[in-house]
Design a protein around this ligand. Structure first.
Ligand SMILES: Nc1ncnc2c1ncn2[C@@H]1O[C@H](COP(=O)(O)OP(=O)(O)OP(=O)(O)O)[C@@H](O)[C@H]1O
Ligand SMILES: [Mg+2]
Length: 320
């Protein structure tokens, strides 16, 4: 089996996972050459989420599922060697994209509740294994549509009432929380600056439904959604002062969102501000001014949201 279309290491290794998963699911591959073509051929492909579409494409080709079953579906998921389907990042934006194209979504079972947020109408098949998907299409065992889920029991937050006195600092914190203002705390060591900042999340207003989707899309791309459930709590990001430019503004191998994007609609807290690398702090200046982060790499150009930028939220637009 060969995979063509600029696959990275994780995508080329899909070959081994797909082969093992199909054999473990009781499906023998035909004894001839198989070529998997990832189109468009000139766009580099990366990540393990191509496993499931490759496997389902093969299953349709060998007649394990009806040939037209996959029409109108967007598919993503990683395969285990035993034919199980493992969760991947980015299911929520994929579901929203599929919905806008009037398509359904086939995704890992663990991500179904996350995908269900895209729309109440979108058809979602969230399966634990290849066999479940085959049975679903044959009609022998139908999978029910997952329901959107929020975290019910959030961990308790530190409370503002722990702080003794400091009335003016607390007032400043409240005004910043209510109005979404920037806040710079200066004071002698042990005055309670870190303590005050750590209690800010407890007085932030909950996210509105549209904000929740926006924030969750970024968290989903970064693979930070826990148990497929979203949270109405505003993000509070406190990167360490040794953080690199890529960690703060986004980038790295896969042009992932940085702390500044993950703090969208919430708080980016830089404790020990003067300890940050001046170049890293400087890289925050341009996003602060125009409310957008632009990360350019050899084969990526990604424009992303910045926490609290402009009046109009800018949608996350990965453009290759
Ligand atoms: N107003 C306060 N009420 C209750 N405890 C306080 C108060 N101010 C300081 N403390 C205590 O002092 C400890 C140290 O405070 P904190 O670490 O927030 O200081 P800081 O201003 O961040 O200092 P540094 O500049 O060294 O980082 C807190 O963990 C808390 O136990
Ligand atoms: Mg401190």
């Amino acid at each position: 089996m060969a995979i063509v279309g600029l696959p990275d290491k994780a995508v080329s290794e899909a070959r081994e996972r797909v082969r093992s998963a199909l054999i473990a699911s009781g499906l023998a591959l035909p004894a001839r050459r198989i070529t998997v073509n990832l189109a468009p051929a000139d766009v580099p492909k990366e990540g393990s989420h191509y496993d499931l579409p490759i496997a389902l494409g093969l299953m349709a080709a060998i007649g394990a599922i009806p040939p037209d079953a996959l029409a109108g579906f967007t598919v993503l998921g990683e395969l285990g060697l035993d034919g199980s389907i493992a969760p991947v990042a980015g299911v929520l934006p994929a579901a929203i994209g599929a919905n806008s194209r009037d398509e359904g979504l086939i995704c890992p079972a663990a991500c179904g509740t996350e995908a269900a947020w895209a729309s109440p109408d979108i058809q979602i098949i969230a399966a634990k294994s290849l066999i479940q998907i085959a049975n679903h299409f044959k009609g022998t065992q139908l999978l029910s549509r997952p329901q959107p889920k929020v975290h019910e029991r959030e961990e308790t937050l530190l409370d503002l009432r722990d702080i003794k006195g400091q009335e003016s600092a607390k007032r400043a914190l409240e005004i910043a929380a209510a109005g979404g203002h920037h806040l710079l705390m200066i004071g002698s060591p042990g005055a309670g600056k870190s303590m005050l900042a750590a209690r800010l999340p407890s007085i932030l207003p909950p996210l509105s439904p549209s904000e929740l989707l926006e924030v969750s899309m970024i968290a989903s791309v970064a693979g930070e959604i826990r148990d497929g459930a979203l949270t109405a709590r505003r993000p509070f990001r406190a990167p360490h002062h040794s953080a690199s430019m890529a960690a703060l503004t986004g980038g790295g191998m896969r042009a992932k969102p940085g702390e500044i994007s993950l703090a969208h609609q919430g708080v980016l807290f830089l404790d020990e501000l003067p300890e940050f690398d001046p170049r890293v702090l400087d890289s925050l200046r341009q996003p602060l001014e125009n409310g957008e982060v632009a990360v350019s790499r050899a084969n990526h150009r990604v424009t992303a949201l910045y926490a609290g930028g402009g009046d109009e939220p800018v949608p996350l637009r990965p453009c290759l």
